[in-house]
Write a protein that binds this ligand. Structure first.
Ligand code: ATP
Ligand code: MG
Length: 560
């Protein structure tokens, strides 16, 4: 796995040169989401590139909502996006900006193009316009409305703005070249008539600028030096440059494109993610199985791990799919270093100790095996413990290094016990294991020299707290659930969520706060749910297991 070296981001070199040659005294970047969904892991990459470069080179970064498509946008998305950027640890310069706050200026520039003879009002229907546009191999044809006089265009444009015409009846187009080899240059649309209520401007505008007409000019207004975007906008760059050349803008942003980040087993299209939400396949945009930033946060990811992952994958000029295991590795690595340890028994089985006083007494255990700064935690021990059902067998072969009837096991952070008998109900179901504490000091081997082979976790039944656990697995079973337009519904993992009620956690976790993260020893990394966890109802979401079970499955030829 590569680390974040200066060389794994080609934009660093460009910016360093621009500063060294004095082309810019300081850089200004921006992150320009459209508020039509929650941000996902791909956006995290764009955020880390834009904010990260500004941070690294002593520049600034703006947050600007590209809100030119009001029907699909909402205030909920605007708020979630701000929260996500802040949570990732970035701060934008100045106020939150909106493309819509430049609508007046953009309109003035549209009139400017009309006056210069560089834009015209077109009455072709969408179907006709498509036919006139030509194809990749054939040039387009000029619209019969292309040669309208300047005055007629100005009049029609103003009446479009005044709301005199029906939605879609006319458009404003740039007058560039209908035979241009780049389709984006074939008289692109600048304005459409759309009586849509806008979350920022209300009903002030019956016309809206296209993304292509708005985007570059917004960057120019804000003095953006490096307009960083993804590769699909490379073909739009000549058009953006054309606008900047022909309009009286005060600054000249330069656009640089990098490859989108995609991870395997993941969908990163807002439209498809919205479908998962709208169809109730997941419980919301912030469902811990979602690749959204809000989902990853709820899952227990740390901002540091996400930023580190974005750095590790690098920034290049080619699109690629990164193994999601790399993201999982980043969070596992981070939590291994930082998460305090705790014990949680998922499927409790009672153990009755015959030679232990009934009264519980305290034991001390380290909060973390190597982080002394995290201090100690207090456990309690008594004559009633819970261990996991899967950690006990009446009979087992040598491979089973947990508790077996007549054998010994070490209790993590505590003593060695030996299983003496089992208690069963009338149906023959196991209800308890009767065991003895084998004499010995805490953490040491029994005096008789018969060492236990394994270590299991446990909680003291006298003080343990019930908890709900949500175990998560990948949402999709296929590495490329929507490759080539495939229907992702067929690849949904039916086991992506398992809810365990009645797990038991060590007493200290009763005071865990929402979003506190832990390693439940031998089980995995968990986070107290941001919304559902409280002092009365302990709810922990599994962030990630201790090991990469998908890699193990793939190696043994199983599902992948
Ligand atoms: P989606 O395809 O998910 O709908 P989008 O590109 O339409 O995303 P925007 O809100 O326009 O979403 O994106 C804001 C910024 O994030 C843009 O600059 C875009 O290039 C960038 N971005 C979006 N997806 C990715 C990705 N997968 N990798 C890197 N950057 C991305
Ligand atoms: Mg977009």
């Amino acid at each position: 796995m590569s680390s974040d070296t200066p060389s794994n981001n080609f934009l660093r070199g460009i910016i360093a040169d621009d500063l060294a040659t004095g082309r810019h005294a300081a850089i200004v970047t921006r992150f320009p989401p459209e508020p039509n969904g929650y941000l996902h892991i791909g956006h995290a990459k764009s955020i880390s590139v834009n904010f990260g470069l500004a941070e690294e080179f002593g520049g600034t970064c703006h947050l600007r909502f590209d809100d030119t498509n009001p029907e699909k946008e909402s205030q909920e998305y605007i708020e979630s996006i701000q929260e996500d950027v802040r949570w990732l640890g970035y701060r934008w310069e100045g106020p939150v900006r909106y493309a819509s706050s430049y609508f007046e200026q953009l309109y003035a520039w549209a009139e400017f193009l009309v006056e210069e003879g560089l834009a015209y009002v077109d009455d072709l229907s969408p179907d006709e316009a498509r036919a006139y546009r030509g194809t990749l191999t054939e040039p387009g044809r000029n619209s019969p409305f292309r040669d309208r006089s300047r005055d007629e265009n100005l009049d029609l444009m103003r009446r479009m703005r005044a709301g005199e015409f029906a939605d879609g009846a006319r458009v404003l187009r740039a007058k560039i070249d209908m035979a241009h080899p780049n389709m984006n240059m074939r008289d692109p649309i600048l304005y459409r008539i759309r009586r849509a209520h806008h979350h920022q401007t209300g009903d002030a505008w019956p016309i809206y600028p296209t993304y292509d007409f708005a985007h570059g000019q917004e960057d120019a207004i804000e003095g953006i030096t490096h307009s960083i975007c993804t590769l699909e906008f490379e073909d739009h760059r000549p058009l953006y440059d054309w606008f900047i050349e022909h309009l009286p803008v005060e600054s000249r942003p330069r656009q640089y494109e990098f490859g989108r980040l995609n991870t395997s087993y993941t969908i990163t299209s807002k439209r498809k993610l919205k479908e998962l939400v709208d169809k109730g396949i997941v419980e919301g945009w912030d469902d811990p199985r979602m690749p959204t930033i809000a989902g990853m946060r709820r899952r227990g990811f740390t901002p540091e791990a996400i930023r580190r992952f974005c750095d590790m994958v690098g920034t290049s000029r080619s699109d690629g799919v990164v193994d999601v295991a790399m993201l999982e590795h980043a969070i596992r690595d981070d939590l291994n270093q930082h998460a305090p340890r705790a014990m949680c028994v998922l499927r409790p089985l009672l153990v009755k100790l015959r030679n232990v006083p009934t009264e519980h007494f305290p034991l001390t255990a380290p909060a973390h095996p190597s982080r002394e700064d995290l201090g100690d935690r207090t456990l309690t021990f008594s004559d009633r413990l819970y261990i996991d059902r899967e950690d006990f067998r009446e009979e087992a072969n040598k491979k089973f290094k947990r508790l077996v009837l007549g054998k010994r096991v070490r209790l993590r952070n505590a003593y060695v016990i030996e299983a003496m008998a089992v208690e069963k109900d009338e149906r023959g179901e196991l209800v308890a294991v009767v065991a003895d504490l084998v004499q010995g000091t805490l953490g040491e081997d029994p005096a008789d020299g018969v060492k236990p082979k394994g270590v299991i976790h446990w909680v003291d039944a006298a003080t343990a707290q019930p908890a709900t656990l949500r175990l998560y697995d990948r949402l999709f079973t296929d590495p490329a659930p929507d490759r080539g337009g495939a229907d992702f519904h067929g690849f949904l993992n039916p086991d992506s969520l398992t809810v365990i009620d009645g797990a038991m956690v060590e007493a200290g976790l009763a005071t865990a706060q929402a979003e506190d993260r832990f390693q439940f020893e031998r089980e995995g990394y968990f986070v107290a749910d941001r919304f559902d966890h409280n002092g009365e109802n302990l709810v922990f979401n599994q962030t990630i297991g201790l090991r990469d079970v998908w890699a193990a499955k793939a190696q043994s030829g199983g599902a992948g």
